[in-house]
Design a protein around this ligand. Structure first.
Ligand code: V07
Length: 266
């Protein structure tokens, strides 16, 4: 008879062994949905789901870094989330502070570098400080990048890129002829992630099948995986499973697939 722990460990091992370590997605992005519903199901306040969700960020970060992911982008707070009740917003704004105290030493041990993309200016001072400290203290880590989308919205990101390009054209730093996909990508917030700007795999938890203004430009060729699991229940074995789903798909980019499953053209 299996104990729960043993059963969990063996599920984790079997999902992990199904992963082809030669074809790990380099950049995974996750919409961490379902924290509120997870809590409501347990008759807990919504914020209990966010708290548990933060623990899961830690576990999944370690699992992702161990199997060789280069960038893990997590949608932590969207520009729409300000519309939530004030109590909930306040709690959310405290999470980077809690995260910093609890997890930054662990991240350094795992050689993980923190990056944040989104409008930082609108965040409370204490949140900005926690974020900047996390970035600063992990800046020499050269393993996986843990990239938080915080107060992020993709349309705003695209408009900002357009404005910055327009300014650079006006100041003769860029010519209109030079504007192409590669140049445009450098002006997006993911420009800092080069050469891993675009996610290979986008996962959304909790059953919703929408993009919700996340990385609109960058997911042009991404595989999309929607899973019913709520984010606070998401375990390393779920991540390995979703990577296997990714590996089983044909990634053709409109080109011709070769026998080895490599792309002949992008
Ligand atoms: C947040 C926990 C995860 C579930 C989804 C929403 C709630 C980690 C951070 C964070 C962000 C920046 C940073 C360090 C940590 C975070 C918010 C919400 C607003 F530098 N988790 N988490 N930020 N949740």
């Amino acid at each position: 008879m299996f104990s729960n722990k043993k059963k969990k460990d063996s599920q984790e091992r079997s999902e992990k062994s199904a992963v082809d370590l030669q074809r790990i997605p380099e950049h995974i992005a996750i919409i961490m949905d379902g924290n509120g519903r997870w809590a409501q199901q347990r008759h807990l306040p919504r914020v209990a789901g966010h708290k548990q969700g933060m623990e899961v960020v830690e576990t999944i970060t370690k699992a992702a870094s161990k199997i060789g992911i280069k960038v893990l982008t997590l949608y932590a707070f969207s520009t729409e989330n300000w519309k939530r009740p004030l109590d909930e917003v306040n709690f959310l704004m405290d999470l980077p502070v809690k995260f910093f105290d609890r997890f930054v030493p662990e991240l350094i041990k795992h050689n993980v570098r923190v990056n944040v993309m989104g409008d930082e200016e609108q965040l409370p001072k204490k949140t900005q400080e926690a974020v900047n400290n996390a970035i600063e203290q992990t800046k020499d880590c050269d393993g996986m990048i843990l990239n938080f989308a915080l107060n992020y919205g993709s349309r705003t990101e695209i408009i900002a890129a357009v404005k910055n390009i327009a300014t650079d054209v006006k100041n003769d730093k860029v010519t209109t002829e030079q504007i192409d996909e590669d140049l445009f990508a450098k002006y997006l917030l993911t420009g800092q992630l080069t050469p891993y700007n675009d996610p290979d795999l986008l996962i959304r938890t909790s059953g919703e099948q929408r993009i919700s203004n996340f990385l609109l430009w960058q997911i042009a060729y991404s595989e999309l995986v929607f899973t019913d699991t709520f984010w606070p229940d998401y375990l390393p074995e779920n991540l390995y499973h979703d990577i296997v789903v990714f590996q089983q798909r044909d990634r053709r980019f409109g080109g011709i697939k070769t026998q080895k499953g490599e792309n002949e053209s992008k």
